[in-house]
Design a protein around this ligand. Structure first.
Ligand SMILES: [Cu+2]
Length: 358
């Protein structure tokens, strides 16, 4: 064998091996990770046509009519498909709030909920509620199209007196002891497609069978936490840890406490997904995270931190979440995956986008 051939052969063998490897790997790869070529587009509630809004509402009602899938042994109170999602939030609340997985976990939950709405015949994407359009005045907030009695989720509850230390007899304080000085309601959803809607899980961390109505208790000063100023403040964060920790308290808190006040369902840290508006609020949370990510996408598709144990911001108990940290949504879908899998809304298992970013 002359020198030139000897030189030639090993690379040749290597190339062949590579070719075989690549041809074996390609179809597998293509199968497991579908390409996201046509992402569905999430839009702001009021920009949907009336027909689109009504079809979203019917899909939520469809979830309320389908039987629960979660075994009664896990969640005795879960009575319908909507409450499978409520239950998965209740049982994981302490692991997924004030922790690094707050944003990734809720992204996964929303994706699962959106898929379930589509299984109910809904053709669109999960809409979001851009609260910054409604924070200019209390009137703007109260009259937001999201609360419309025909094409929205209904409005504020009737006035119920009381405060966190002296609630009215028989009333449960959902705010976790926070007092809400300018609250205005507290009663059951008074009108619209979800008038007097009943949920069977909660309040708080209970998954026992406990039928009670969904309540609203509008509180304008808390709602102001969801202002554009606070959104811009969040956008200015240069690392995910700061972004997540700050905004969970500001515009995240605004949507929850502003609509839920002292007695409202969406104020409840555990049972907040009992109010269907929760999903529009959290779609906007997700949009805020995506807005922040797109401002330096390459870097921020991999930027994750924040404590594994809630409130453990100094890592005295455990470390921080990483791309390999596992997140889980039970209920109907039963997905367990890594944070990495939900970092990109147009890759991996996710395939959606937003019409606009902050
Ligand atoms: Cu939550």
């Amino acid at each position: 064998m002359n020198n030139s051939i000897r030189f030639f052969l090993p690379p040749m063998a290597f190339c062949l091996k590579l070719l075989i490897l690549v041809s074996l790997a390609l179809p597998l790869h293509a199968q497991s990770i579908p390409k996201c070529s046509k992402p569905i587009v999430r839009k702001e509630w009021r920009t949907l046509s009336v027909t689109e809004r009504l079809s979203y509402i019917s899909a939520v009602q469809c979830l309320l009519e389908k039987p629960a899938i979660t075994p009664k042994s896990d969640m005795p109170g879960a009575t319908n498909r909507f409450e499978d999602f409520l239950g998965t939030h209740i049982t994981q609340t302490e692991d997924v709030h004030f922790a690094g997985v707050f944003y990734p976990w809720h992204r996964l939950l929303l994706h699962a909920y959106e898929s379930e709405l589509q299984a109910c015949g809904y053709k669109g994407a999960q809409p979001y509620w851009d609260w910054t359009l409604d924070t200019s005045s209390p009137e703007a907030f109260f009259n937001s199209p999201i609360f419309d009695a025909k094409t929205g989720f209904g409005g504020n509850g009737d006035w119920i007196p009381g405060n966190s230390t002296h609630p009215m007899d028989g009333m449960f304080v959902t705010s976790g002891g926070i007092d809400i000085p300018d609250r205005t309601g507290g009663g059951c959803v008074p009108n619209g497609p979800f008038k007097d809607m009943v949920i069977h899980l909660g309040p708080n961390d209970s998954v026992a069978y406990n039928p009670h109505c969904v309540r609203r208790d509008f509180s304008p000063s808390f709602f102001n936490l969801s202002s554009m100023d606070n959104v811009q403040d969040g956008m200015a964060a240069t690392d995910f840890g700061t972004f997540g920790r700050t905004t969970e308290l500001t515009f995240h808190g605004g949507g929850h406490l502003g609509v839920g006040g002292l007695y409202g369902t969406i104020t409840d840290a555990y049972a907040s997904p009992g109010d269907p508006i929760f999903y529009l609020h959290h779609a906007n949370m997700d949009r805020a995270w995506w807005s922040w990510q797109t401002r330096d996408l390459k870097k921020r598709l991999e930027d994750i931190s924040g404590p594994l144990v809630r409130f453990d911001y100094d890592n005295k108990v455990a470390g921080n979440a990483t791309l390999d940290t596992l997140i889980h949504v039970g209920a109907t879908v039963n997905i367990t995956t890594t944070v990495r899998d939900v970092m990109n809304i147009k890759g991996g298992r996710l395939c959606y986008t937003y019409d606009k970013v902050y």
